[in-house]
Write a protein that binds this ligand. Structure first.
Ligand SMILES: [Zn+2]
Length: 275
């Protein structure tokens, strides 16, 4: 009888000990994981992903080559219409290749493809013009075309320009998606960190963060570390200056102990952490 009691006590103790690290994480303010999910919106754009020139004369290094060289994977929030066969001629003419082929390349590389809607219409405008159901259909249409390439239904929707409100967010979540947002209602680790790289591309770069977007992103990561946050979802766009930016950023963050993971793996690892 005494042996059974001792055994029971041992089992109980070992259970408590196994549970201890979990409890520490729960109580602590910092996460030991140091995870980063690199995300890129508005593609696929062949001249950015594969390297080349757009019809507008923009020249880009290959983003996929940069990621491969650094041995990291990323998550691409695509516009569904670019993956349709009907877009092939347009993509070839404007973005230096077939957009769908670039998406196939992303998938082959082990990168993740997620949902940035089919038409990239601002939800406020689309709601006024066509209603909520239209928006949900636009999201479903994007998922279908992504799934035709990856075989997997997207898990995440990033609203164009991050325009979203609670009622619509709930409806999208009811379809089984996580909605990416900058809103304060989110736990900070599950909020997008907006790199503002779109302000540094194109003709007018007067609003690009100073002294550089590279410094801007690092400054925000520093700030988050001060607050005990060591996990970040970095939101970029498929634009040429961003390729150079991430080529500089990745090695520096690696040196600081960060690991780069796909958004779906990031979400699984981080959503269980203290908020
Ligand atoms: Zn966008």
């Amino acid at each position: 009888m005494k042996t059974i009691q001792t055994l029971a006590l041992l089992v109980l103790l070992s259970g408590l000990m196994l549970g201890a690290p979990q409890a520490q994480h729960g109580a602590g303010s910092s996460s030991p994981q140091k995870l980063i999910a690199l995300t890129f919106d508005d593609g696929p754009k062949p001249f950015v992903l594969l390297g080349g020139r757009s019809s507008g004369g923009l020249q880009s290094e290959s983003l996929l080559a940069v990621l491969q060289k650094q041995g990291v994977h990323a998550t691409f929030f695509v516009m569904g219409w670019r993956l349709a066969k009907t877009a092939d001629a347009w993509c070839r003419r404007v973005d230096g290749g077939v957009c769908r082929d670039a998406a196939i390349e992303e998938h082959r590389d082990g990168d993740e493809i997620e949902n940035h809607t089919y038409g990239h219409g601002n939800f406020r405008l689309m709601e006024k013009r066509y209603g909520d159901t239209w928006i949900l259909n636009d999201i479903a249409r994007c998922s279908a075309v992504v799934q035709s390439i990856t075989g997997v239904r997207p898990q995440f929707v990033r609203p164009p320009d991050w325009t979203i409100w609670p009622a619509l967010q709930k409806k999208i979540e009811a379809q089984g998606y996580h909605v990416m947002t900058k809103a304060v209602s989110r736990p900070v680790r599950l909020r997008d960190l907006d790199s503002e790289d779109y302000l540094c591309a194109g003709k007018d770069i007067s609003k690009c963060p100073k002294p550089s977007d590279y410094d801007y992103v690092l400054r925000h990561i520093d700030q988050r570390e001060h607050e005990g946050v060591y996990d970040d979802i970095l939101a970029f766009h498929e634009v040429p200056p961003t390729v150079k930016l991430v080529a500089r950023l990745i090695p520096v963050l690696k040196q600081r102990g960060y690991r780069f993971v796909l958004l779906r793996n990031y979400w699984a690892a981080v959503s269980n952490y203290p908020r």
